[in-house]
Design a protein around this ligand. Sequence first.
Ligand code: ATP
Ligand code: MG
Length: 422
Amino acid sequence: MTISGIKGFNDILPGEVEKWQHIEKVARRVFELYGFSEIRVPILEKTELFARSIGDATDIVEKEMYSFVDKGDNRVTMRPEGTAGVMRAFIEHKLHAIDPVTKLYYMGPMFRYERPQKGRYRQFHQIGAEVTGVTNPLVDAQVLTMLCHFFAELGLSEPRLEINSLGCPDCRAAYRGVLREFLHSKMDELCDDCRRRVETNPLRALDCKSSGCKAATSNAPSVLEHLDKGCAEHFAATRHFLEVAGTPYSINHRMVRGLDYYTRTTFELVTGMLGAQSAVAAGGRYDGLVSDLGGPNIPGIGFAMGVERVALLLAEQDFKRSPDLFIAALGEPARDQAFRLMSSLQRIGVSVETDYEGKSLKSQMRRSDKFNARFTLIIGEEELAIGRGFLKSMSAGTQEETPFTVEEIYLKVKGVDENKTC
Ligand code: ATP
Ligand code: MG
């Protein structure tokens, strides 16, 4: 009997993992252009951290968390998202004392007990970024511009940016009342969850994926019409700065997001290519979170993207790497020469493959084809005797004589394709 993995927990195999590495590399490069530093926080946190920050009446906390009691009787949870842990670390290590304005990014696995389907898993991965210490909407526009820059850098025309404002606790309380009243008139059309939510967390009804609730709330009052003066100005200025930066967006006044800590600006990057899993990245401002977690009164804004969904958007692209060179050796002495060259070339940045089993020339050439090596070098008895052989370019089909010196081979292999990185 073999043992299989757990439902909703995926392996990322060679062939696919290169795409992930590319996404991560582009994220690091782009985020660092905007002055962000990486932070790595634990996967396991006290359950209370998520209950207090994400909110007790959210789907995540109510039904999706992987929580358990550990051997020391502590209630712990495998993180369902990254912001709470990053802000916990920000407060615990008093990063605000060094500078209240910090720009942090993270990447890693998150865990939610959801129904697995395309683009939705139980272990999934997020790349996220957070900025603390700035109330000015300039930073809202900066974070959104960076996120759009990241997707453009991946060569993706989708996803599109949608923004909204959820106001501050004051104006949201007023809006919540207006919305609750509206929902009371639609009770018959709402799903069981939403009927319950009308009392506990009516905004969640706007985010419900059931078609009945979508129809029932289609002309629900807009949160944007209930913003107070400060929040309305913040939203207008965010839009202004997005226009200044040349970052296209549209407004979606129904976007409420699934976490209670959001205030004012919220946003999603949405695609029409992944069915119901339309949000590729999402986030917002959380001006009360740091103080709710016992830290100083410092605002924040951030986002997280789902790496699986980004990878699905890149589905057609092939990121598989192929070696620069394949060396085929015939006979023991040639094998020594091949191994010497191979080791020296690898040390100076040439990727080299070979056949470890000393098979026939034909089978070695088949292996070279399989690797899709850019060049092949054959070392037989004759080549060994004269110290030279033929370096064959697999794409051009041409071959060039070369001495078995590391310098010559390096120049020939690396000099031809200047875009090739090592
Ligand atoms: P959705 O509406 O699709 O459930 P969400 O609002 O729960 O998304 P967030 O909590 O804001 O999502 O997380 C940010 C991003 O993380 C999402 O936009 C998505 O790309 C990704 N994500 C969230 N949950 C999952 C999951 N179970 N599997 C894969 N990716 C996910
Ligand atoms: Mg969700």
